[in-house]
Write a protein that binds this ligand. Structure first.
Ligand SMILES: Cc1cc2nc3c(=O)[nH]c(=O)nc-3n(C[C@H](O)[C@H](O)[C@H](O)COP(=O)(O)O)c2cc1C
Length: 397
């Protein structure tokens, strides 16, 4: 699968360095050319000989023991991707701050191919504000992250900081190197997450959307070559690298952003969960308890999907979600026509494994002339299935 592809694998000085051997072995089984670079500290954990034997290539450690080649430039030029696994807090700090004082950091600086890192460290080191800020900087610059995961750590704690398993890292590398760029030249806007309808400065009405589905779609569209804007309500997810992020709070904010941006967007996928109603007025001070009950008067929010349907321009594709608890398909079909959409992604949010919060979903894709019920899948796979269908619609299939 990866024949003809070169992976430059950076190994830094963490306890998970031994797991990098398995990454090399798995990549070799997929016929990748693997060139390993190690820090001096990594060599304290695993001997270069292990990587040399597994990769069948020389292992690089020092910048200054080369012959005629300038190692960091030749490594960077040969790479289809640079993967650093494990990535120590130290390496992450250096990469985020443009420090190039050893072969790995200098190679990363010279890299024009994508960079992927698999952080691995003690929980306190991971949660340290310096590390978190460095991670945000790297994500903003388009560096891809795999993990870290929660689990048992070498220091004896069970918490976040564990390096993702080699099998997962290799899956991410494979996906990155084998992706079809079938959305190249297209602009895609995705909406994600809940909205907050404020009652007073400290209270709001919201819903259970976590944004995971929309974030997965934005990531998939980016990987398929589209220029992506993600308009997101408040969620607990990291920004998607390489995607323009637009933060919103209320449904009115979402309406404003989406209707303006849709004018220059080829494909709009509405996975956010806006509120149909908002409180008629927002109190400027905290509402005090004055009696045994309270009546809230709500007014309708603008219908974003319907407005997009009215404004739809030639060749634009509109996709809306229908999260339903009953009569799922019937309601979704009605929505398709009412909102002038090209596709409705319908899901029964009461089904186990579907809808909010989880990392799986079970959906039916409804267009004017088709209805495909997909099995339970990861949200990322659902995202790709939606985009496959969008491309088919745009090609008139
Ligand atoms: C036994 C041991 C285990 C370590 N494990 C980690 C680790 O998992 N993650 C990390 O960021 N640092 C870890 N460190 C600290 C790094 O080795 C240290 O920050 C070092 O300077 C990293 O250098 P490098 O990034 O150039 O490889 C460990 C140190 C020791 C002695």
């Amino acid at each position: 699968m990866l024949s003809g592809k070169c992976v430059v694998l950076g190994v830094t000085g963490g306890i998970a360095a031994y797991k990098a051997c398995e990454i090399v072995s798995r990549l070799k089984k997929l016929h990748a050319n693997v060139r390993v670079v190690m820090t001096e500290h990594a060599c304290r954990f695993v001997a270069p000989l292990s990587f040399e034997t597994l990769s069948g290539n020389q292992v690089y450690v020092s910048q200054f023991d080369h012959n005629w080649e300038i190692e960091h430039i030749s490594l960077a030029k040969s790479a289809d991707v640079m993967v650093v696994a494990p990535a120590t807090a130290n390496f992450i700090g250096k990469l985020a701050n443009g420090i190039a004082d050893d072969l790995i950091s200098t190679t990363a600086m010279a890299m024009t191919a994508p960079i992927m890192i698999a952080p691995a460290m003690n929980t306190a080191m991971w949660k340290n504000p310096a590390t978190q800020q460095n991670i945000r900087t790297l994500i903003d610059r388009g560096v891809r992250m795999v993990g870290p995961e929660s689990g048992f750590l070498a220091c004896g704690d069970t918490d976040v900081g564990r390096m993702s398993e080699p099998v997962k890292i290799v899956e991410e590398i494979t996906a990155l190197l084998t992706r079809v760029k079938d959305l190249e030249g297209k602009t895609v806007m995705v909406t994600a997450g809940p909205t907050r309808e404020m009652l007073d400065p400290v209270r709001f009405l919201s819903n259970r959307s976590t944004g995971k589905m929309g974030y997965a779609i934005a990531e998939a569209a980016r990987d398929r070559g589209a220029r992506v804007t993600l308009v997101s309500g408040p969620v607990d997810l990291a920004p998607v690298p390489g995607v323009e992020m637009v933060g919103i709070q209320s449904t009115l904010d979402l309406y404003e952003q989406v209707t303006t941006r849709a004018k220059t967007t080829d494909i709009v996928i509405q996975a956010a969960a806006p509120a149909d109603f908002r409180p008629e007025s927002v109190s400027s001070v905290k509402i005090k308890k004055t009696g045994d009950d309270m009546t809230l008067h709500m007014v309708p929010n603008p219908d974003i999907a319907a407005q997009l349907g009215r404004d739809k321009h030639e060749g634009q594709i509109l996709v809306a979600f229908a999260a339903e608890t009953n009569d799922v398909l019937e309601n979704a079909q009605k929505k398709l026509l009412k909102k002038n959409a090209d596709m409705i992604v319908a899901n029964d949010v009461t089904m186990p494994g579907a809808g909010f919060a989880g990392s799986t979903n079970c959906v039916t894709l409804i267009t004017r002339d088709s209805m495909d019920s997909l099995p339970l899948m990861s949200k990322r796979d659902v995202a790709d299935a939606i985009l496959d269908r969008v491309i088919a619609i745009s090609e008139g299939k």
